[in-house]
Design a protein around this ligand. Structure first.
Ligand code: FES
Length: 112
């Protein structure tokens, strides 16, 4: 894995994005990434300025005790590299409760 690659969990899958090989750029917002995925268009764009919350997603990351810390974020303000080593939880995950608690260790291994 090189420095132009990010890895994160989304919908029970480890997603690897190599910016050298895909159309996405490091400046692509998480919202625009999601809106380009036909199965994940539940996250909506409203203001695109961080004011309305229509684009809210949740990021899960490991805390110091090895548990998960959840944080709601505006995906219109978040660039793809911010997903590295985390779990992206979108509205599509709400009907699959077990996916919210899966471990994110595999995508953080070796990335300090
Ligand atoms: S689209 Fe309004 S906060 Fe992101």
């Amino acid at each position: 894995m090189n420095k132009n690659t990010i890895s994160f969990l989304h919908h029970n899958k480890l997603i690897n994005i190599n910016f050298d090989e895909v159309a996405y750029r490091p400046s692509t917002t998480v919202l625009n990434y999601l809106r380009q995925q036909p199965a994940f268009r539940g996250t909506k764009e409203g203001c695109a300025e961080g004011d309305c919350g229509a684009c809210t997603v949740v990021l899960a990351e490991l805390d110091e005790q090895g548990g998960l810390r959840y944080k709601a974020v505006d995906s219109c303000l978040l660039f793809l590299p911010a997903l590295h080593g985390k779990q992206l939880i979108t509205v599509e995950n709400l009907s699959q409760q077990k996916t919210i608690s899966i471990a994110i260790a595999p995508c953080t291994a070796g990335n300090g």
